[in-house]
Every structure is written in C-alpha cells, then in structure tokens.
Ligand binder design. Structure first.
Ligand code: NCD
Length: 313
C-alpha cells in the first residue's frame, strides 16, 4: 500500500494508486465500524485538532468520530468564539496551535486556497475538509468508496453530476477523482451554474436533465450553494426543481440500477424529491455518510504512518 503524501489537500495531488490505497484501507475500516467494538490504535497518542471556519454537521462529526475510533485525542476548536473573531488571522491561529504540537489538523475554510496556505506554515499533517469552491477531497473519496461498493468497480462508469457545479468543491473533487479513475463524466445544469472553462475538464456538458441522465450508472446531485451566490443564478426554486430537481420520472432516464447520491445537506423539493432521497432501493445517501467515517479513518491512518516515518528518520 503506497501513499507517500504529507498532507491531504486535494484530489489534484493524488495518483490513481493513492486513491486505491485509501479506498482499500477504508473498506477494512467500514467493516470495523459495523462491529460493536470499533477501536483501532493507528492514531494512539496523537493529537487531532478540527478547525471549522464554516458550518458543518456531517463532515465535522465524521472527522471527530474517525479520530476517536483510532485512538487520537481529538479537539474541536470553536471558531465562532475563537480569537479569529478578535481579528487574529488564519495563519496566526494556525501557528499558535502548531506550537502545541498537534499531529493532524483538519481544516474547513470559506476561502479557496486557504488550507494549502496553512499547510505550508505548520509541521503537522493537514487535511482539507473543504476550502471555498476549490476542493473537498475526503468527500470525493467517500463518494468513490460508496460507488465502488455499490457498483463493484470504480472505472468505466457513466456518472452524472447535476446542479450547482460552479460553486461546488464537491463537484470539483469528484470530477478530478472520477476522471483519474477513467469514468465518463457528464455535468448537468443551467449554464449560469457551470464554471467557466469547463471544456478543459474532459467532461460532457448538458443543459437538459432528461438528455444528460440517459443510461447513466450514477446520479450525483448537488446542493444549491446559496451562500456562495450573489443573486440571479436561478429564476426561482420552483422553476429550478421543475427543470433540475431529481424525481423518479427524471431518474427513469438513467439505467434501471442507477444509484442516487447527495453529499448533504439536502434541500428537499429543490434539488431532489424527498421520497426519492429516502428510497433505500435507489438512494445511497446514508451509505455515503457511513463511508465518510471509514474514509477519514483511512486517510488519517495513512498520513500518520508517514508522520511516524518522518519522525523516526
Ligand atoms: C458539502 C460541502 O460542505 O461542501 N457538504 C458536506 O461536506 N457534506 C456540500 C454542501 O455543503 O452542499
């Protein structure tokens, strides 16, 4: 198993063999997580600090549980009440924490590139838990594991990513990962929600859901990232649902055994029909959450091995 990276900042830096290494190890952690005794010791004695500068439910809980299950001391910094509110910069906060010798720093930040910058300043391993509209590598890895377990493979699949592509770090990381693993990717959404220069990603772009969903194996829905919009991207939520909201009728265009994914949090009745999202025969949304803990355990385990090696050298 090879994974020689110091940080996990983005899918951009990973080779297909790195991706497979994380997913193979995550498979074993997914099994462990289903046992009544869920403890491993890969992070025993280590300190993990979670710094979330943006709201998060599942990602923060997932990283916290993952660290605890592997024996780390886990601390969640409450950024709402931290000195950042007193004007301290991100880098000053990071340097202060760095002086306390953490081993793993998990960071979410609203600015694209902020996590990369921070990683250059600290001695520990940094994991990007989402930076602006740039990358969200553990989300793409957990999506990949979910697909691989549901479909039995992670190559030569037709995968549609639908909705607010422009503002989505989830879409960006998934396009990179699924492309590296040689899948055919279709992006579906209104032109206002497509990033510029999308032609360079090696994907097919569709404006029409029914056309784009034809015969796909995987339908990945995205949340409308209203917090990153400054008006005018969609006519109305009602109109958006009519054209781009996934319901069983539109899903009928996809393969009969196509799976439905969503990273959460969902806007039911805006990008996806609530009943479809809950349909365990089609939707793997809860599996994504389950695989999230396993993937984060695997990623932190692999980074910790490299940390130990560097310290020993
Ligand atoms: C995603 C995120 O934060 O980028 N959520 C998540 O991590 N589960 C997607 C989103 O917020 O829509």
């Amino acid at each position: 198993m090879t994974f020689s990276h110091r940080h996990l900042l983005g899918i951009e830096h990973l080779a297909p063999s790195d991706i497979t290494a994380v997913l193979d190890l995550a498979d074993t952690y997914a099994d462990l997580n289903r046992q009544p005794q869920k403890h491993g010791d890969a992070l025993a004695g280590m300190t993990q600090i979670n710094m979330f500068f943006e709201n998060s439910t599942r990602t923060q809980a997932s990283f916290e549980l993952a660290g605890m299950r592997l024996g780390a001391d886990v601390m969640n910094m409450s950024m709402q009440t931290s000195s950042v509110k007193k004007g301290e910069t991100l880098i000053d906060t990071a340097m202060t924490l760095n002086a306390m010798h953490p081993d793993l720093l998990v960071v979410r930040h609203p600015s694209s590139g902020a996590v990369d910058l921070l990683a250059q300043k600290v001695n520990c391993a940094v994991l990007n838990a989402g930076d602006g509209r740039h990358e969200h590598p553990t989300q793409a890895l957990l999506d990949a594991l979910t697909i691989r377990r549901a479909k039995g493979r992670l190559h030569r699949l037709n995968i549609a990513i639908c909705g607010d592509i422009a503002h989505s770090r989830v879409a960006r990381s998934n396009i990179l990962l699924l492309g590296k693993m040689e899948n055919r990717i279709r992006l579906i959404g209104p032109p206002t929600l497509m990033p510029s220069g999308i032609g360079e990603f090696g994907v097919e772009v569709f404006e029409d859901m029914n056309e784009g969903l034809r015969d796909v194996d995987v339908v990945m829905m995205l949340r409308l990232q209203k917090e990153r919009m400054d008006g005018g991207f969609i006519p109305s939520e009602r109109e958006y649902y009519f054209r781009y909201g996934l319901d069983s009728e539109k899903l009928g265009m996809a393969k009969e055994d196509a799976i439905v994914m969503h990273p959460g949090p969902m806007n039911r009745g805006v990008e996806i029909d609530g009943t479809l999202a809950d349909d365990i025969h089609r939707s793997v949304i809860q599996d994504q959450v389950e695989m999230g803990v396993a993937v984060r355990m695997a990623a932190m385990d692999l980074l910790a091995r490299n940390l130990r090696q560097r310290t020993a050298a």
